[in-house]
Design a protein around this ligand. Structure first.
Ligand code: CP
Ligand code: NVA
Length: 306
């Protein structure tokens, strides 16, 4: 693995290896360990807001012996129109790896190819791979795994989160039911390319929740869509609330990647009732990303590359 650009680009074995290492790093956190990023500087290039992703990457890089350099869009000439391919060719000669949060998936792929350094997708409009790795670790920790489990995603059926979950279902083979309003369903061409009979799509949240062991949601309006009030109105009936959870399996968990908007996609009552799992999910960002960085550390060694 030279980059983490998407869940789509990962093989099942790579996902399982990352989760195994994440569990080990979590178990041994705080005890002296190897420092695979010793002597390395990793740039965090963020053109969207972040709490969890930024903090977990900065802490994770330090715990692995490296130095994080946070660069918002306004810190870089990128904000004044310098092309991504030029930014990539400059940073590729100076830093060891890059973690990018932005809009277009193409920008992250272009950065990876032009910079020639390990590049991690820290959220684009298409995918949020680091979050899905943390979610899978949480499902494994709380339910023992996903085999024979039904996972429901209720909300925006074509957000970065849903797309990454659909690719995870394709790779790992678990049952995934997506419920979304008609305007937010995954398009037919995406489902054809996905080619996953274990992924179903419905307009009915109760149908997706029926017998589900994991009830998953996300904001209705992703970053960059805040003005789309028409889109938000379509989510009437898609809230994760106590009546909807009546349809779920008795031992269900609720996941939310956060930030949460109480009273919109989830009620305050449900969020607080499931807070221990939801904040475990947030903490797991740190552990899975340390696993990702550890896997990429060797490819990030400048001496090995030049
Ligand atoms: N879940 C997540 O990526 O959170 P942030 O936007 O705070 O990084
Ligand atoms: N779909 C959300 C995820 C936030 C972590 C967004 O892109 O804003």
């Amino acid at each position: 693995m030279n980059h983490l650009l998407s869940i789509e680009a990962l093989a099942a074995g790579e996902i399982l290896d990352l989760l195994a290492l994440a569990a080990e790093l979590k178990r041994h956190r705080g005890t002296p360990g190897t420092q695979p990023l010793a002597g390395q500087t990793w740039a965090l290039i963020f053109t969207k807001s972040s709490t969890r992703t930024r903090v977990s990457f900065e802490v994770g890089i330090r715990e692995l012996g490296g130095y994080p350099m946070f660069l918002s869009k306004n810190d870089l000439q990128l904000g004044r129109g310098e092309p991504i391919k030029d930014t990539a060719r400059v940073l590729g000669r100076m830093v060891h790896g890059a973690i990018i949060r932005t809009f277009a998936q193409q920008d992250v792929s272009d950065f990876a190819s032009y910079s020639n350094i390990p590049t991690v997708n820290a959220l684009t409009d298409d995918e949020h791979p680091c979050q899905i790795l943390a979610d899978l670790l949480t499902v494994r920790e709380t339910l023992g795994g996903w085999d024979g489990r039904k996972i429901a995603f209720i909300g925006d059926g074509f957000s970065n989160m849903t797309r990454s979950w659909m690719w995870a279902a394709k790779r790992l083979g678990f049952e995934l039911a997506v419920a979304a309003p008609a305007a937010c369903l995954p398009p037919a061409e995406f489902l054809t390319a996905l080619d996953a009979p274990n992924v179903s799509v419905t307009l009915d949240p109760a149908q997706a929740a029926q017998g589900a062991h994991v009830i998953n949601t996300d904001v209705w309006l992703s970053m960059g869509q805040e003005e789309q009030t028409d889109k938000e109105r379509a989510f009437d009936g898609f809230q994760i609330n106590a009546p909807l959870l009546q349809h779920a399996a008795a031992d269900h968990i609720v996941l939310h990647c956060l930030p949460a908007y109480r009273g919109k996609e989830i009620t305050a009552e449900v969020l607080e009732h499931h807070a221990s799992t939801i904040f475990q999910q947030a903490e797991n960002r740190l552990h899975v990303q340390k696993a990702v960085l550890s896997h990429l550390a060797q490819a990030a060694d400048l001496r090995a590359r030049h």
